[in-house]
Design a protein around this ligand. Sequence first.
Ligand code: ADP
Length: 637
Amino acid sequence: MTVETQKETLGFETEVKQLLHLMIHSLYSNKEIFLRELISNASDAADKLRFEALSNDALYEGDSDLKIRVEFDKDKRTITVKDNGIGMNREEVQENIGTIAKSGTRQFFEALTGDEAKDSELIGQFGVGFYSSFIVADKVTLTTRKAGGADPSQGVRWESNGEGDYTLENVEKPTHGTEVVLHLREGEDEFLDGFRLRSIIKKFSDHISIPIVMDKEHYGEEKEEEKTEPEEETVNSASALWAKSKQEIDEEAYHEFYKHVAHDFQDPLAYVHSRVEGTNEYTLLLYVPSHAPFDLWDRDAKHGVKLYVRKVFITDDADQLMPRYLRFIRGVIDSDSLPLNISREMLQQNKLIETIRGGAVKKVLGLLEDIAKKEPEKYQTFWNEFGKVIKEGPIEDYANRERIAKLLRFSSTHTDSEKQEVSLQDYIDRMPEGQEKIYYITADSFSAAKNSPHLEIFRKKGIEVLLLSDRVDEWLTTHLTEFDGKPLQSVAKGELDLGKLADKEDKESQEKVAKEYQEMVEKIKKILGDKVSEVRVSNRLTESPACLVSENFGMSLNMERIMNEVGQPLPGATKPIFEINPDHPLVSRLKEESDDQRFDDLTQVLFDQAVLSEGGQLDDPAGFVHKLNGLLQGVLN
Ligand code: ADP
């Protein structure tokens, strides 16, 4: 007997234990979903076999009649779900069922709070699949054999009570595929009922494209007489949902199909179902989820769109089908034109795939435009979940930049609300006559943006400024430099240029003041030395004594900070320009200061304050406090 065939007992990863516990508690009110999850896995396994058999017919082992069988046994109190799909070998069972082989699992567990109500919501985002069996079962036995070997001794049995460990052993299994037996918990006998099981299948799994069969049942007198061989009947409609016409599909069926393809527990937010005719024909059924998946920010997360060719599943890992900024889209694209034997490598540079992707992106953008227009509240939900991802759009998808730009939403000084709800079009519609630019500020938090000294002159003049505080905004604004012919301008960069909004008198008096302060500016420059690239009199401040500005085409201070944080500091980072507000009492007082030491201290304090209000970090915080206290004491004395 080799090690392989021995029965071994293995411990679940701690995470699996935690997951099981959480799931059993949080999904209890929705327990019938276990059947949907098992059927969904069985259907995926059949899809995989069908695809692999395209190039190797022998995998079918003579049984190409793919189906899923659901059985129940009142005496043994078991429910069984069987498939003749791809099956698993020993390593695969251990990998797939004993561990959670999902990218982002660690982040998911980190996100858990310990508060059961909150965590229950998270579990929906995670998707629990196979483990949902333990909601109703206190023992689960999975027996499987990989298709193709035609060797009954290659079967593997996995068994667990869902508590601490599971056993793995090699067993005889004549047919390929997987069989999952649920030994029901006390009190779950309601599921030992053909009618109940049928209605669950109809409700959740009607759209599964292969037959789900059960034994026909006979009721009443008939039952007594008929003791003949059981007869199978198909319970679901067993046709690819997306291939049906829209009129044939009701909302609920669309939603259930979504839950199957997306492994999600909640209803989708919206969907688009469309058939594209022409030389390159395809059907798409694409969904926008109602919440972001837990692995939205995981670079290795799988893409969500499944590729079929004439109803045969090809892959669920075709990241060519959707650009990254639409990576949250789930669903199916079924092509009539691609060859059935297309490989993953071929997908990479396939012209047809490129056109399909182009078309699919347009459909999704169209769907989002539609929601934005007709259902603003729903759009807001969408934006809260996926806005940050959509903001990658103008960077990644140059061709659709204008369309995507219209979908963007921001916070702005118009409402001063953290809710991102202002579109660029709203902004332009509100622009007063004479305003030529779209003004924005970037900062590392909403409140830093909202309270930035750079906004003072804009608030005074009643000019709206977009408040950007998502990290991606820095990249967005370097790529989206104009909208509808209006340039986007950072209020924290370069010389303040209000264009036609500036008053003529303002300009003249500013020049005069600049002259008056010439000498002081030189003195400050000497004190600050190479901390700054320039010192000048500001015309953007009304309340603060000073602020920092970056070069017009240089990197913003916020961007520099982000680059430092992500460990990519920029060599020779640009030095800021230090602007002082001549109308501020502190500054006018400084101008009159004759004591060199005090002038020096006050200058340093003003500079450090400006760094702080940018959300920056001081080189010498203790020195700042020391100087500030010295000055305060002077006031008190
Ligand atoms: P998910 O389906 O979301 O990946 P599950 O926990 O339901 O998560 O399943 C984990 C993995 O186990 C699946 O991805 C698949 O590889 C494998 N698996 C589950 N059920 C079956 C089955 N009936 N046949 C073949 N493989 C299966």
